[in-house]
Design a protein around this ligand. Structure first.
Ligand code: MG
Ligand code: MG
Length: 248
């Protein structure tokens, strides 16, 4: 069921979203060669809790970390651990926080040290694909309009669109209806209405769109080991467009 949030609920989601955005901003200074993904995870955990929220992904479906940290060819759902970031890596932090029962969810991809042109290209165009999708968000448009815009932009820039994983409605649970795919046909899917809150999150690959899951039952990687990028904002549909709730 797709829920429409009241003004009061949207205020709480603004707070949850701000905590997520601020956590990203806080972590950015620590993204350097030599730091482990577990150290980043623990910094995120402390920051979210100090902000008066709880980490949304801890134990979500049994996830063993606080935030998802995926490096290079890892697309999403990377488990924080002893891996040290290296110069030239691309690291994706996917952060969720729950404030008074309402969630915010935002993933961002960061270069580590000096990255090559391939990574720069992937980062630039995946971030732009997110905003191409968001441009379609307004009452009267449909979910398919968002996916179509992302897919068209990605295809034009020769990037592989991950189709097995999708954006989602969000509110009292991290994942609610509707699914928000990063592909689709214009004019199809659920109608966007004022007060709907959704997470839009293109996952684009430098090479093939094909992915598989590692033996840890979590980490999703690209089939050709080429890098992948992920940018996500939680937004609310407004009277004439949208407002980003997870701004950094
Ligand atoms: Mg996320
Ligand atoms: Mg999400």
């Amino acid at each position: 069921m797709i829920t429409i949030k009241s003004e009061y609920e949207i205020e709480l989601m603004k707070k949850a979203g701000a905590i997520v955005g601020n956590t990203h901003h806080y972590l950015e200074q620590f993204i350097k060669p030599g730091i482990t993904t577990l150290e980043l995870n623990n910094l995120a955990r402390d920051y979210i809790i100090k902000s008066g929220a709880t980490p949304s992904f801890e134990n979500l479906y049994g996830f063993p970390g606080t935030i998802c940290i995926s490096v290079n060819d890892e697309v999403v759902h990377g488990i924080p651990g002893n891996r040290k970031l290296k110069d030239g890596d691309i690291v994706k932090l996917d952060i969720g926080a729950c404030y008074k029962g309402y969630h915010g969810d935002s993933a961002w991809s960061y270069p580590v040290g000096n990255v090559d042109d391939k990574v720069k290209y992937l980062l630039e165009h995946t971030q732009k694909a997110l905003f191409e999708g968001l441009k379609e968000v307004k009452p009267g448009n449909r979910i398919g309009d968002i996916g179509a815009a992302i897919e068209e932009y990605a295809t034009k820039h020769n990037l592989g669109v991950v189709k097995e994983l999708v954006g989602h409605g969000i509110g009292t649970e991290v994942h609610q209806d509707p699914d928000v795919p990063n592909y689709g046909k214009r004019g199809t899917g659920p109608l966007l209405k004022e007060g709907m809150t959704i997470a839009v999150e293109p996952m684009l690959n430098y090479g093939t769109a094909d992915i598989y899951q590692l033996d840890d039952d979590w980490t999703i990687v690209t089939a050709d080991y080429e890098p992948s990028a992920h940018f996500e904002h939680t937004i609310v549909v407004t009277k004439d467009g949208y407002m980003i709730l997870t701004k950094r």
